[in-house]
Design a protein around this ligand. Structure first.
Ligand code: NAD
Ligand code: MG
Length: 353
C-alpha cells in the first residue's frame, strides 16, 4: 500500500434495527466516526441512546456523512431515499446498502454523482454483533454499482472490515447476484423451506398419534445439532456423527421427501425472483397494508409446534445463559485498529481482500 494520505469516511447509519445496530456498534468499535440517523420518537431511538449514540434526525445525519448506510426496511427505502437521503447527501459521497433489492429492481435510482455499494453480511444482525464481539465475523459479500470516486470498492471493503465481515473471506458479487441469491436462499431453504419442512414433519408425527413434545424434539430441537455440523464441516461432518442407521435412512428417504418436484418448484421460485414477479408482489402487498403478510404470519405464530416449543423451552435453563439472537446488549469492544482507506486507489487492491 503506497498511500501517503488516508481517507477515513464519516459514516451515517440510517435505521437502528437488526443490521443497523450491529453495523453501528461494530464500526464504532473498529474506530470509525459513526452517527446514527433516526426518526425522533421512533421505536429504536431508546436503544441507540442506551448504546451511547446521540442519534440525529436522518436528514442531519445524512448531510454530515461521507458514507450513508441505508439500514431501514427494504420497503421503506425508496421513499426515504427520495425524501431525505437524495436531497441531503453530499456531492460525491457513498451510498451503501445491505441488500441489493431496491437498486436491482429499479425502486431506487441513485444520484449520478454518488458511489453506490453493497455490503451484505450473510447472517442476521444479532449474529453480526455477537461474532464481532468474540473476535470472529459473519462472512459478507460486497458489490459496486456506481464508482464515481474511483475508490468505491475500497470503501465497501473498509466497511466490510469495520463490521467484521472481512475477517472472513469477503466475496465480491454484483447487486443482481446478491439480490437474487439472497431472496432465493431465504425463500427456498433458510426461512421458507426449513420452517415448512419442520412444520410438515411435526404435523405428520402428531397426526399419527405421537406426543407433540417428542415430535418437537425430533423435528425442531435436534435440527440445531445437525445444522451445527453442516456449519463446521458440511454434510461430510454430519455423516461422520450420525449412526449408520441414520445414514441409511438419509440415503433412501431424503430424496423421496425432497424430490425432483421440489427442485422443479425451487426453479419456479427462482424464476419469479429473477423476472421481478416476487418484487412486484411484495411491493404491492406492502402498499396494500400487508393484509396477506399479517395473515400468514399469524398462522405461523399459532401453529401448534409454537405452543409445545414455548412450554418445553421454559425448562431449558441453559437457554437463559446462552447468547440470544434477540439483540445482545453489550458495549464490549473487540479490539480492532482504526480503519483507514488510502486516498489513492490501486485498481487491484480491492480484489485482494
Ligand atoms: P429492521 O426492520 O430490523 O430495522 C429497521 C430500522 O429502520 C429500525 O430502526 C426502524 O425504526 C427504522 N425505520 C423504519 N421505518 C423508518 C422510516 N420510515 N424512517 C426512518 N427509519 C425507519 O431492518 P433490517 O432487517 O436490519 O434490514 C435493514 C436492511 O438490511 C435491509 O435492506 C435488509 O434487507 C438488510 N439485511 C437484513 C438482514 C437481517 O438479517 N435482518 C440480513 C442482511 C441484510
Ligand atoms: Mg435476506
Amino acid at each position: 500500500m503506497n498511500a501517503t494520505t488516508t481517507f477515513q469516511p464519516r459514516i451515517a447509519i440510517v435505521g437502528y434495527g437488526s443490521q443497523g445496530r450491529a453495523h453501528a456498534l461494530n464500526l464504532r468499535d473498529s474506530g470509525f466516526d459513526v452517527t446514527v440517523g433516526l426518526r425522533p420518537g421512533g421505536p429504536t431511538e431508546l436503544k441507540a441512546n442506551a448504546d451511547g449514540f446521540r442519534p440525529k434526525t436522518p436528514d442531519a445525519a445524512v448531510g454530515d456523512a461521507d458514507l450513508v448506510a441505508v439500514l431501514v426496511p427494504d420497503m421503506v427505502q425508496p421513499q426515504l431515499y427520495r425524501d431525505v437521503i437524495a436531497p441531503n447527501m453530499r456531492a460525491g459521497a457513498c451510498l451503501l446498502f445491505a441488500h441489493g433489492f431496491n437498486v436491482h429492481f429499479g425502486q431506487i435510482a441513485p444520484r449520478e454523482d454518488l458511489d453506490v455499494v453493497l455490503v451484505a453480511p450473510k447472517g442476521p444482525g444479532a449474529l453480526v454483533r455477537r461474532e464481532y464481539e468474540i473476535g470472529r465475523g459473519v462472512p459478507s459479500v460486497y458489490a459496486v454499482h456506481q464508482d464515481r470516486s474511483g475508490r468505491a470498492g475500497q470503501l465497501a471493503l473498509a466497511y466490510c472490515g469495520g463490521i467484521g465481515g472481512a475477517r472472513q473471506n469477503a466475496i465480491r458479487t454484483t447487486f443482481k447476484e446478491e439480490t437474487e441469491t439472497d431472496l432465493f436462499g431465504e425463500q427456498a431453504v433458510l426461512c421458507g423451506g426449513a420452517s415448512s419442512l419442520v412444520q410438515a414433519g411435526f404435523e405428520t408425527l402428531v397426526e399419527a398419534g405421537y406426543q407433540p413434545e417428542i415430535a418437537y424434539y425430533e423435528v425442531l430441537h435436534e435440527l440445531k445439532l445437525i445444522v451445527d455440523l453442516f456449519y463446521e464441516g458440511g454434510i461430510t461432518r454430519m455423516l461422520e456423527f450420525v449412526s449408520e442407521t441414520a445414514q441409511y435412512g438419509d440415503y433412501v428417504s431424503g430424496p423421496r421427501i425432497i424430490d425432483a418436484g421440489v427442485k422443479a418448484r425451487m426453479k419456479e421460485v427462482l424464476t419469479e425472483i429473477q423476472d421481478g414477479t416476487f418484487a412486484r408482489n411484495w411491493t404491492a402487498e406492502h402498499e396494500a397494508g400487508l393484509p396477506n403478510y399479517r395473515r400468514y404470519k399469524q398462522a405461523d405464530l399459532e401453529h401448534p409446534i409454537e405452543d409445545v416449543g414455548r412450554r418445553l423451552r421454559a425448562g431449558m435453563k441453559w437457554l437463559d445463559a446462552a447468547p440470544k439472537t434477540a439483540a445482545p446488549n453489550s458495549g464490549a469492544a473487540a479490539a480492532k485498529p482504526a480503519a483507514a482507506i488510502p486516498a489513492t486507489s490501486p485498481a487491484t487492491q480491492e480484489e485482494a481482500a
